[in-house]
Design a protein around this ligand. Sequence first.
Ligand code: NDP
Length: 330
Amino acid sequence: MFKALLVEKDDAGYRASVKDIADAQLPEVAEGAVTVRIDYSTINYKDGLAITGKSPVVRKFPLVAGIDFAGVVETSHHAAWSPGDKVVLNGWGVGESHSGGLAQRARVKGDWLVALPDGLSTRQAMAIGTAGYTAMLSVLALEGHGLTPASGDVLVTGANGGVGSVAIALLSRLGYRVVASTGRPEAADALKQLGAAEVIARDELSAPGKPLAKERWAGVVDAVGSHTLANACAATKLRGAVAACGLAQGMDFPASVAPFILRGITLYGIDSVMAPLALRRRAWERLARDLDAAKLEAMTREIGLADAVAAGSDILAGKVAGRLVVNVNA
Ligand code: NDP
């Protein structure tokens, strides 16, 4: 038996709770399957949606929640993995259609796993979590576009969130001048400690705006979507780039083509769930190298599995700052 955060939906309604699960309830042992003893998972925005049922993230019931985990291989039917290997997993439908990571044990395809990079503990990997890994994918997209610190200011929206906090820490360490947009002005000092050079109010970007605005951003990491993303594009400099990775304000994109056809800006879509393995490995290697461990610790709070249900509601209510790491064995 092992403990897991189980999401159920039946005549009694939609609910999430910590339960004791039999090993037999894990996905069956098939060729390529790897069983992992999990050390840590985390609460990402999507976990909040899955735990509360606010969006249809979970596709089959009952299902163990949790879109990511870090732990140690227990048994392997995959040539690449052996017992004792330290691994990290993000996405691939885990916690959506496949049994998830908010549990003491998981069984997944070995093809989905990434080796924990040297220099990161399993706890640090989940302090980073899918939010931080997505921030790194966003930075990689901007770098791939040719952005350098000399290009100009980089805007990070949803600054106090998981994606935003890690993006700020990464970009500032890489030498960029980061402008952080937040709805929580009281957190301005904390954002500056993380590396933001300037903090602006969320309201400056969240209302309907003009098709083109004064050129301000060389690059953007946007975790918010909707009018914020439209306004970020409208104020992106000639040939600049925007990485769209989130929808905290909304899924809509009420923009015009003006910034694309008049300023040649590029909008990169960031998808962490189905990202190819080579890109994942690159992102995790870069996180191990470029993320300041002290800043990561400063933005992280540890909770136990029993606290994860409440944390799922809190993250959707915007009450969580930085990252929540879940010690599934606490
Ligand atoms: P968090 O909840 O930690 O961060 C979201 C932040 O967005 C909040 O902290 C808040 O920042 C801001 N925000 C919240 N509500 C609004 C609003 N109504 N209008 C404007 N800003 C708002 O979530 P994560 O960092 O885990 O995820 C951020 C987004 O990225 C989510 O939409 C998530 O689904 C998405 N995501 C996408 C991935 C992908 O593969 N593309 C992977 C991971 C996440 P502040 O208080 O500073 O304003």
